[in-house]
Write a protein that binds this ligand. Sequence first.
Ligand code: SF4
Length: 436
Amino acid sequence: MHFTVISPGMYTYGAMLIAGILRDAGYKVTLHKDLRAVPNSTVFLSLYSTLHLLNPDIRSFVSNHIKNRGACYVGGPVSAYPEIVLGELDCTAVVLGEGEDTVLSLAHEGITDRTTGIAFRERGTITKRTATPPASIEHPLPFIPPDISSQSIRGASAYIETHRGCSGACTFCQVPRFFGHSIRSREIPAIIEEVKAFKKAGAQRLSVSGGTGSLYKTRSGEVNTTAFVELLEALAGVMGRQNVSSPDIRVDCINDEVLDAIRKFTIGWVFFGIESASDAVLHQMGKGVTVRQMESAIEQCRQHGLHVAGSFIVGYPTETHDDYEQSKNFIAEKALDDVFISIAEPIPSTPLATLVLRTPKDANPVFTPHEGEYRTLGFTEAEARCFDLTLQADMYKPGLHVTTDQVFDAYVKAVKQQGAEIRQVTGLLFRYQNPG
Ligand code: SF4
């Protein structure tokens, strides 16, 4: 039997893993990042963004495949809100949560009375079966596509899974809700076998995934310095330090040995989810850290000769103008090496989504019109902050960043598109706020 695994736009680790599991079970498998499949076949569609559910190409691909008497199972992060997936896509079923074992059972026998871990439509209502227990963290080699060398996700060909879960509780994030709060880590020999396979297939640079790299092998929230250092050393031993990155780290999960190892065994960058420089907003976001901790983590990284990048979220429903100004000042004072700015996205099933549903639209900066400095550009307040912070970051990042008319126009366009997408996701939330 032949199966097609698709993850639109990029080869995600999850899609590669599912394809690898099917391959090892003896099936013929094709992995695509574009939307194509043999009619009448079975497709496993891995979706990592709520926007995928609204994408006309994905919607018509799924409908046509079902019309052509194929089966289409949807999994990935969107499976955290199956009612919305089944309301928006004509798919056969949703594979809930960590889907490795469920996918195998669907491949072997389709949907039967015994199948667990799925949701599907049945006589006009949605049936949600009991969850399949999480699969073992030690899994087969992923299916590595022949063109993996051409992929670049923030500079890496792939993000290798070293562990699952996060002890954090950020209100906007799906990771702890999807993988849980306790950390499950893979053993280094299995990770290294996989790294060698990626290298052999042409992967240029690999990154440590897991949301928070230095949580590898942690127990009770304490960083396992020895395990993390061994992990990076082993990765660099295969790939060379110039081809390893370990970017995503919580500011409260570092110490001198961890930072030394990042300098010694990787390209020397850390990426902090700073999100806001207002303690009030950080508290509302459930970040569990303060601005002071952010500042000292940045300082500590610099003492270790590391580059520091940070992400910021604007337009959080409770963010005031003063909160925003604190983020703006922070960017000027800290002069980070790189900055990523996004508008708060209420991913369904997260606490942020609940907050957005409770926030009247005329009090949500994602919807309120901007009436300040950029009012002629037709921004909402969240878009104006995103645009303004982008300009601020350019001004204070190292190197010369000239905002030509072209750059200005491109920023306006990108920010407006982001704002429109967040409003679409919010619209979806309101439509499904009382599912079933
Ligand atoms: S620390 Fe990172 S991975 Fe963990 S909940 Fe917060 S944003 Fe998500």
